[in-house]
Design a protein around this ligand. Sequence first.
Ligand code: ATP
Length: 238
Amino acid sequence: MNDRLLEVRGLGSGYGDLRVLRDVSLTVRAGAVTVVLGRNGAGKTTLLSTIAGLLRPFSGSVVFRGSDITKTSPPERARRGIALVQENKRVFKRRTVEQNLQLGGYSMPRRKAAEAVSGAYDRFPVLGEKRAQRAGELSGGQQQMLAIAQALMPGPALLMLDEPSAGLAPVIVDDVLATVTALKKEGLGILLVEQLVDKAMSVADDVVVVEHGRMQHLPGTGRGADRDHVRAIYLGST
Ligand code: ATP
């Protein structure tokens, strides 16, 4: 095995007759961040949902840690180490911070879950300070941290984040991206959908662009992507 954690090949997916993705291929490496760019409605959320198993693809394959998981269920994919934080992921606002974390560890043995909760407090001290508070009382950035901490509870190998900066102040976005960088250094593979191109590119090891249901192959993208090039072609001037 190489360091290819996730390999998506020729993926076609959508909703009923609506084919949103037609031929999407990408790789996420362990210890690296792959950023997915594309205009609104390009199908970025559809891509993450399909990798998580929430949508069945029309075509193509999803290979994770060398196994074809294209036909497996979402819980099976979670068990194998795939985690998804959906856009505007709602934490359970009326539950406490600790209860939210425990929900993230529902499938884990009790002792492992307790260890993971304290690991979450080590990583995000503010969550430890607010462990007994209702999640709805946290700031938007803290709720995003809680959503990420919840997804990390079972110790995934791949973390997919769908626009984690949505609705957050720039300084908080930097905190979220610092977390992304820390997780990659711990060896996780990260698949990041993000509208804030410059912010996303600052943490990216690989960049893919979805347009018209296909990956666009850009000269110079991949490692050390040329952000001006990406911005000019796909996102208009800044
Ligand atoms: P955004 O940045 O706006 O979130 P996106 O790139 O994530 O966009 P998707 O949310 O994947 O795009 O949507 C891709 C297309 O699929 C859009 O045309 C959208 O209207 C359509 N779509 C999304 N969800 C559904 C659904 N549940 N049922 C039918 N069509 C959907």
